[in-house]
Design a binder for this molecule. Structure first.
Ligand code: ATP
Ligand code: MG
Length: 363
C-alpha cells in the first residue's frame, strides 16, 4: 500500500484533544510528518500541561498510523506548545501559577491547596507550593516539615536565593519557614509586602509545571495587591455550602474579575459527611447546594464537592495530604477528579492565551 503523507496529515488533523474539545486541525497541532520507505515520523505540539492527555493522544496517533501505514515503523513525538510564560524573570521557569483563594477563613483553602498540589504531582508534573498565610501558615504542618527553614544558596551570578523545602517531590516555601508566629503577629503593611516579594523573587523555584499559591484568606488590600503583582494563570475559589460563606465567595470572585484573573472554578468543601459504616448516607452539615448556586451565578465551573472526611483531616494534621496516602478511598478519588478539572481549566486558559499570543501581521 502506498503511504501518502497528505492523507496521514488529514487523518491526524481529525484527532481530538478531548479536554479542549478541539481537533488537531483546529489546534494546528501537527508540526511535521516525515514518511520514508521504512518509517513514519510524526511530531505534534499541544497546549500545556500535557501530562494528563499524553497517553490518550499517543494511542490515538498510533491507531491512525496502524491503519494508514501498517508496515512502517512509527515514531511519535508529542511536545508542549510554547505559551507565553509568566512574564517575570524570576519566575521564568514556572509555567502555571494557580491561586487558591477564599473569601472566608477556615473553609479548607490550605487543605485543598495541599491536595491539589499533591494530585498534580502524581502525574509526574513538577509542582511547588507557596504558602502565603503569614499569620497562620498551614503547609509546613500539612506536609510534615514544620522544623524546616529556607536555606540560602549562591547562584553563579553571585546573587543569593533561598532554596524551597522539598517534601514528596514538591517544593514548598512558606511564611512559616521565614518568621515565627510571635513575630508574624506584629507584621503589617510594607513589611508584609516585603515578605511576599521575597517568596516570589528570592526563592529558586527552578522549572515548575505548577506553582500553587495558598492565598491568605479574605479580599483585602493584601489579596488585591498579590493578585495584581503575581502573574496568575487562574484562581480556584474554595467555599463551604452555607450562605454566610457564599457572600464572601462573591467578593472573592469579584476581586479576581477586577484584576482580570480567570476563575478556574469553585471547590465546595465540607459539602457533606458520610460515616464509614453508612456509605450510602450523606449528612449535609453546612447546608446544601451553595457551591452549585454560586457557580451558576458567576458562570464558572463547580469543580467538585469535597466531603468532610476523617482521613483528610488526619492527613492534614499528620503531614501527608490524603491524596498521597495509601488509604483515603473515595475522598482521594474526589480530590483527584478536582485536580483533573483544574488541569482542563488551565489548558483552556492557556489555549486562549496562545491565540492572543499568535503573531499578527502588521500592515
Ligand atoms: N474536607 C475536609 N474534611 C475534614 N477536615 C477538613 C476538610 N477540609 C478542611 N478540614 C480541616 O478543617 C480545618 C480548616 O481547614 P484549612 O486549614 O484547610 O482551612 P483554611 O481555609 O486554609 O483556613 P485559614 O483561613 O485559617 O487559612 C483544618 O483543621 C483541616 O484539617
Ligand atoms: Mg489556610
Amino acid at each position: 500500500m502506498q503511504t501518502d503523507k497528505n492523507q496521514i496529515i488529514s487523518e491526524l488533523n481529525k484527532i481530538s484533544d478531548k479536554d479542549l474539545g478541539l481537533t488537531f486541525g483546529e489546534l494546528e497541532a501537527v508540526k511535521s510528518v516525515i514518511v520514508t520507505d521504512s518509517a513514519v515520523q510524526v511530531a505534534v505540539e499541544l497546549i500545556q500541561p500535557i501530562q494528563w492527555i499524553y497517553s490518550d493522544i499517543k494511542s490515538q496517533i498510533k491507531n491512525k498510523l496502524n491503519e494508514l501505514a501498517p508496515d512502517h515503523i512509527h515514531e511519535i513525538f508529542i511536545d508542549e506548545k510554547n505559551t507565553p510564560n509568566t512574564g517575570r524573570n524570576e519566575l521564568a521557569g514556572v509555567k502555571n501559577i494557580i491561586a487558591v483563594a477564599s473569601g472566608k477563613g477556615g473553609v479548607g483553602k490550605s487543605s485543598i491547596t495541599s491536595n491539589l498540589a499533591a494530585g498534580l504531582s502524581l502525574s509526574g508534573a513538577k509542582v511547588g507550593i507557596i504558602d502565603g498565610d503569614v499569620y497562620g501558615p498551614s503547609q509546613p504542618t500539612m506536609y510534615g516539615v514544620t522544623d524546616e527553614r529556607l536555606q540560602v544558596t549562591s547562584l553563579p551570578d553571585g546573587s543569593q536565593m533561598a532554596v524551597p523545602v522539598e517534601q514528596y517531590g514538591i517544593k514548598i516555601a512558606s511564611m512559616g519557614f521565614v518568621i515565627n508566629r510571635d513575630e508574624a503577629a506584629i507584621v503589617r503593611g510594607p513589611m508584609l509586602a516585603g515578605y511576599f516579594s521575597m517568596l516570589f523573587e528570592q526563592v529558586a523555584w527552578g522549572d515548575l509545571d505548577f506553582l500553587v499559591f495558598d492565598l491568605p484568606p479574605g479580599t483585602g488590600d493584601i489579596q488585591l495587591t498579590l493578585t495584581q503583582k503575581i502573574p496568575l494563570t487562574g484562581a480556584v475559589v474554595v467555599t463551604t455550602p452555607q450562605e454566610i460563606s457564599l457572600a464572601d465567595v462573591r467578593r472573592s470572585i469579584t476581586m479576581f474579575n477586577r484584576v482580570k484573573v480567570d476563575v478556574i472554578g469553585i471547590v465546595e468543601n465540607m459539602s457533606y459527611f458520610t460515616p464509614d459504616d453508612m456509605p450510602d448516607k450523606k449528612y449535609y452539615i453546612f447546608g446544601e447546594g451553595g457551591g452549585k448556586a454560586i457557580a451558576k451565578e458567576f458562570g464558572v465551573d463547580l469543580l467538585g464537592q469535597v466531603p468532610l472526611n476523617i482521613a483528610m483531616r488526619e492527613g492534614n494534621d499528620g503531614g501527608m495530604p490524603v491524596v498521597l496516602s495509601k488509604d483515603g478511598g473515595n475522598q482521594k478519588e474526589i480530590l483527584k477528579d478536582i485536580t483533573l478539572k483544574v488541569v482542563s481549566g488551565i489548558r483552556k486558559i492557556n489555549y486562549e492565551k496562545s491565540k492572543i499570543a499568535a503573531p499578527t501581521i502588521e500592515l
